[in-house]
Design a protein around this ligand. Sequence first.
Ligand SMILES: Nc1ncnc2c1ncn2[C@@H]1O[C@H](COP(=O)(O)OP(=O)(O)OP(=O)(O)O)[C@@H](O)[C@H]1O
Length: 257
Amino acid sequence: MYEIILELRNLKKQFGGKEVLKGVDLQVKRGEIIGYIGANGAGKSTTVKIMLGIVDGYEGDVIIFDKNIKNTKGEYKKKIGYVPEVSDVYESLTAMEYLNFIGQLYDLDLDTSTIKAKELMSLFGIEDYLNARISTFSKGMRQKLILISSIIHNPDILFLDEPLSGLDANSVMIVKELLEIFAKEGKTIFYSSHIMDVVEKISHRIVLLNNGKIVADGSFKELKENSHEGSLEEIFNEMTGFNNHKEIADKIAMAIK
Ligand SMILES: Nc1ncnc2c1ncn2[C@@H]1O[C@H](COP(=O)(O)OP(=O)(O)OP(=O)(O)O)[C@@H](O)[C@H]1O
């Protein structure tokens, strides 16, 4: 029996009368890597933010670690890591100060977070910047720091929103490998991205959100069998009813003349 680690039951969310999520049902097992995909504005980040308790005012239920999050004081967040699509970091802190601050939020003692911060910064190749202010970091360095801050407390579930953004090819390989190791260890990964070839490769299961509902849910192999198309990008186009990319590109090129 697989253990269900998180579950969405008939999740609905409106913003100013606009229905973004129209009844999302999903069960995620321990150790699964879920590729959560959908067009811009489909509601992926909203789903994740609801699960993290950042967005409320929703209908339906979110069950994480067997508890409805409505009935918790947020303790479950201690076992969760999050890489947001756009992250606010404290620019004036150094990387070490920031990681120690995050470590303490997750109840790590200062010695442990200091040791882990040094080790992880070194493994990601940015150890020389431990005592540099974050405001001086390049985009990729900042992304590495965010990744480190999402795993420093050894979480059981990781929510990743475009986690590879700005990373060089070598670092991308490390992170992809790391996710596979995490899954084998029983960590659950909720991976939201528009980079279809990565989602195709790393996900055990791909969930496609369209018009506020899940319209596809299965392994890449299963999705391929149920579609006329070959790559995940093409399946995405088909399932979201999009086939006029060339026409739109032509019109954009014309529009600026
Ligand atoms: N705080 C908010 N107030 C009003 N509308 C919001 C808010 N947050 C999200 N929305 C709206 O909800 C919809 C879904 O947004 P969301 O960020 O969840 O999409 P997404 O699937 O993550 O998109 P993307 O791929 O572009 O990141 C959009 O129409 C967005 O404008």
